[in-house]
Design a protein around this ligand. Structure first.
Ligand code: FES
Ligand code: FES
Length: 214
């Protein structure tokens, strides 16, 4: 009797268990290949699109992921991340002091890296993870607590930026106990006009030591 004969003992088309499994396995494999190919195509298209300069004008609808939450607003294309956070999204931890990439008071963590938000375009931050001082652990092992314990602030204008730069350094060097030189290098994009550097460095060293469990 022919395999595909509808009179086969296993029913129409001889859909034995083995044939069924073989068929479903092929279907699954082709589905995986198809989804991989689709993902690769989408990635290639995204790379081409991001490589081409875009001209934005008028109001831009923006959604930024800030401290784990999607936050939406409308901005001009020229808006900085600092302006957008402070004036549109009410995230006021990052401070405006120099507004020209020289003091570090506006520092936020963008995809793990400390950046000056006063000279970063908000539209360039879509799809990236933005962390500000508002989201940091304020408990005993957190950086803000260490600044408090080590008297690392006076007027406080520079403090959110220092705390953020410190957190970024610690996140990027988990388990490492830094030397004073490491801390100085990690925080060298930040300036304190009140001269609280000794307290800031002590705080950074203390948090690293705590986190390492020494
Ligand atoms: S306010 Fe951005 S670096 Fe000073
Ligand atoms: S504490 Fe005043 S600028 Fe640093």
């Amino acid at each position: 009797m022919a395999e595909n004969d509808s009179r086969s003992p296993n029913g129409p088309g001889d859909h034995s268990r083995r044939n069924f499994l073989r068929g479903s396995g092929l279907a699954a494999a082709s589905a995986v290949l198809t989804s991989q190919a689709t993902a690769a195509l989408a990635e290639a298209e995204a790379q081409v699109a991001s490589a081409e300069p875009q001209v934005l004008s008028g109001d831009v609808n923006l959604t930024l992921m800030v401290n784990g939450k999607d936050m939406s607003c409308v901005v001009e294309p020229r808006s900085t991340l600092l302006d957008t956070l402070r004036n549109r999204l009410d995230v006021t931890g990052p401070k405006r002091v120099c507004d020209r990439a020289s003091c570090g008071a506006c520092t936020v963590i963008l995809n793990g890296d400390p950046v000056y938000s006063c000279t970063t375009l908000a539209v360039s931050c879509q799809g990236k993870k933005i962390e500000t001082v508002e989201s940091f652990d304020t408990g005993e092992n957190g950086v803000p607590h260490a600044f408090h314990q080590h008297d690392a602030l006076m007027c406080g204008y520079c403090t959110p930026g220092f705390v953020t730069a410190c957190k970024a350094w610690l996140d990027r060097h988990p388990g490492k106990e830094p030397t004073l030189e490491d801390v100085k290098r990690g925080l060298d994009g930040n300036i304190c006009r009140c001269g609280t550097y000794i307290g800031v460095f002590e705080a950074a060293l203390a948090v690293a030591k705590n986190q390492k469990g020494v």
